[in-house]
Design a protein around this ligand. Structure first.
Ligand code: NAP
Length: 246
C-alpha cells in the first residue's frame, strides 16, 4: 500500500461544509479514509463531492459555539484522524475591539480546538491506538496582522498547543501537527479578493504569484495524516506560496 494511503482509517473534519474543510474532507476520502463531515449546517454538497469521487462520507452536526461540543463524539467510534478546521474571524481596531468579538473567536478557534483534541486523544491514548491530529493554524500564528486581535491570539495559541500536545502524545503514537495556510480562495478571503488594491498588494508579495486554492491545503492534510508523516510531530507547516519566506 502507498505510504500516502488512508485506506481503512476513519477521520473527522470540522467545518466540512465549505472552504478548506470541504476540500480536506474530499482529499482524505480520495486517499481512502471514511470521512465524518462535521458542521453546524448540512454538508450535502461535501457528501456529494465525496460520493462522486467514489469515497465514503457521513454528516455530523457540531456547533462550537459550545467549545465542549465534541466531548462525547469519539468514545467507541473508531476514529483515527481529527482535523480541526472550523474557525471564525472578527475585524475591528484594537482600541475598539469588543469582549464579544474576543470571546466568540477564542471559543471557536482555540478553546474548542483544545477540548476536541483532548476528547480525541483520551479515546486513542486510552486504547493505545495510534492516530493523527491536524489543526488549521494561519500566517497569523507567526505574524501580528492588523485589526484581528482575537484571531491572531487564537492562531498563535493553536500553534503553541499543537507543540504542547505533540510533546505529550508523540510517544503514545498520536501525531499532532498544524497547517498554516497562506492566502487561500475561500469565503473567508472573498472581501480581500474583491478589493483590487488589497488583492494586488497580496499577489505582489506571494512568491508563487497566485492565491492558494483549497486543494493545496487538502494535499498537505493527507500527507500529515499518512504513514509518510509518521515522524512529523509538532510541526506548523506553512502552505503559503512562499509568503513567509519573503
Ligand atoms: N482562507 C484562508 O486564506 C485561510 C488562511 C489561514 C487560515 N484559515 C483557516 O482555515 C479554516 C477554514 O477557513 P476557510 O477559509 O475555509 O473559511 P470559511 O469558508 O469561512 O469556513 C469556516 C468554517 O468554519 C465553520 N464554523 C464557523 N463557526 C463555527 C461553529 N461555531 N461551529 C462549527 N463550525 C463553525 C464554518 O461553518 P459555517 O459555514 O456554518 O459558518 C465553516 O465551515 C479556519 O480555521 C481559518 O481560520 C483560512
Amino acid at each position: 500500500m502507498s505510504p500516502f494511503s488512508l485506506e481503512g482509517r476513519k477521520a473527522l473534519v470540522t467545518g466540512a461544509n465549505t472552504g478548506l474543510g470541504q476540500a480536506i474532507a474530499l482529499g482524505l476520502a480520495q486517499a481512502g479514509a471514511e470521512v465524518v463531515c462535521a458542521a453546524r449546517r448540512d454538508v450535502d454538497e461535501t457528501l456529494s463531492l465525496i460520493s462522486a469521487a467514489g469515497g465514503k462520507g457521513h454528516g455530523l452536526m457540531l456547533d462550537f459555539v459550545d467549545p465542549m461540543a465534541a466531548k462525547d463524539t469519539f468514545a467507541g467510534q473508531g476514529y483515527d484522524i481529527l482535523i480541526n478546521n472550523a474557525g471564525i474571524i472578527r475585524r475591528a481596531d484594537a482600541v475598539e475591539f469588543s469582549e464579544a468579538d474576543w470571546d466568540d473567536v477564542i471559543d471557536v478557534n482555540l478553546k474548542a480546538v483544545f477540548f476536541t483534541c483532548q476528547a480525541f486523544a483520551k479515546e486513542l491514548v486510552g486504547q493505545g491506538k495510534p492516530g493523527s491530529i491536524v489543526n488549521i493554524a494561519s500566517l497569523l500564528s507567526f505574524q501580528g496582522g492588523i485589526r484581528v486581535p482575537s484571531y491572531t491570539a487564537s492562531k498563535h495559541g493553536v500553534a503553541g498547543l499543537t507543540k504542547l500536545m505533540a510533546n505529550e502524545w508523540a510517544a503514545k503514537g498520536v501525531n499532532v501537527n498544524a497547517i498554516a495556510p497562506g492566502y487561500i480562495e475561500t469565503n473567508n478571503t472573498e472581501a480581500l479578493r474583491n478589493d483590487p488594491d488589497r488583492n494586488r498588494a497580496i499577489l505582489d508579495r506571494i512568491p508563487a504569484g497566485r492565491w492558494g486554492n483549497p486543494e493545496d491545503i487538502a494535499g498537505t492534510a493527507v500527507f500529515l495524516c499518512s504513514k509518510a508523516a509518521a515522524y512529523v510531530h509538532g510541526a506548523v507547516l506553512n502552505v503559503d506560496g512562499g509568503w513567509l519566506a519573503r
